[in-house]
Design a protein. Structure first.
Length: 332
């Protein structure tokens, strides 16, 4: 109950530096994100092509489908690929993403074990093109990418889906981060609203700070039972430098970068968001305001590596999960 009380009263929210949607929209997005740049991140295909220009690693592109005529050629495009992901270029919130883990006897097998026929896959792509998953229902393009072979050390922390890392980048500085762990409740998707576990991450080290599921404290993965206190994101410095570099790539001052860890290629950019949500404050147990205020006082023209080092120095935190484990052990 005491944990909930800390988040109940407006005065306590202000004391913790929590920012709401109005402040985010007016003070940060409105001031630092030019609307003319939105298409660079709202269209995942444009983001991917731009990332290639800037040397930022993304999942390999198998191909795209932009017309209903092209739907019938999907089988040829997928030949030789045992796993792949199909997503709408203009989708949001994970809608319309189809993950195929393997192909067995001409059946396309999802991570859950459910099987799809080629006709099912064609129908899904056709729905994407018609705008079923796009913002405003506008006609869309289907992107087909290679499957991410995510980092083995993280497999115990997720259920069926690929865990991703959201980093909020402000004026090129990584200011706050969390990992989203898919669960049975979230149907294998890394979506907090659907029941994924959100884990606040120490910007200095990539270590877990605290866990939240359905806005309640969470100390272990609900399906695997694995202790969250032991979670550490590998290649953390590389990941932060990749995220921070998206500032130069897009020109957007307030940005959500979604990253994944591939066992062969390391950190990869999955997608960008010019209007990132605010749940990251809940997973970290801290508001964004003090961090954003500090960054606004920093000079322009600082190199990526220096910005990352600054953030790691000033935003380091001690894990609440470790404290909880220590308390439990000492009282046993």
């Amino acid at each position: 109950m005491s944990w909930l009380q800390n988040w109940t009263w407006p005065t306590r929210l202000r004391d913790k530096g929590i920012i709401g949607m109005n402040r985010r929209n007016i003070r940060y997005i409105g001031r630092y994100n030019s609307r003319r740049l939105y298409p660079l991140v709202d269209d995942k295909l444009k983001t991917k092509l731009l990332a290639q220009q800037y040397g930022i690693t993304t999942p390999e592109l198998i191909g795209t489908v932009g017309t209903q005529f092209g739907v019938k050629h999907i089988g040829d495009m997928l030949t030789g690929h045992n796993g792949f992901v199909i997503k709408p270029a203009k989708g949001s919130g994970g809608k319309g993403i189809l993950v195929i883990e393997k192909v067995v006897d001409n059946q396309f097998v999802k991570p859950s074990g459910a099987q799809q026929t080629l006709e099912d896959v064609e129908r899904h792509v056709s729905n994407i093109l018609s705008g079923l998953y796009s913002l405003g229902g506008s006609p869309d393009v289907a992107i087909i990418e290679t499957l991410i072979n995510f980092e083995e050390s993280l497999m115990a922390y997720t259920y069926e889906g690929v865990p991703d890392i959201r980093v909020i980048v402000f004026k090129g500085y990584p200011v706050m981060a969390m990992m989203r762990l898919s669960t049975a409740a979230s149907d294998g998707k890394a979506n907090l609203h659907q029941g994924a576990v959100g884990v606040g991450l120490n910007i200095a080290t990539g270590e877990a700070l605290r866990g939240v599921q359905f806005d309640r404290p969470c100390f272990s993965h609900p399906d695997t039972g694995h202790d969250l206190a032991s979670l550490v994101v590998p290649q953390w410095d590389t990941l932060l430098n990749l995220a921070a570099g998206c500032y130069e790539m897009t020109g957007l001052g307030y940005l959500g970068t979604d990253m994944v860890l591939d066992r062969q290629h390391g950190p990869m950019l999955l997608e960008l968001n010019a209007r990132p949500g605010l749940a990251i404050q809940m997973t970290n147990g801290e508001g964004l305001r003090r961090r954003l205020d500090l960054i606004e006082r920093q000079p322009e023209g600082v190199a990526v590596e220096e910005r990352v080092a600054f953030a790691q120095h000033h935003f380091a935190r001690k894990s609440e999960l470790v404290e909880t484990s220590d308390t439990t052990l000492s009282s046993a």
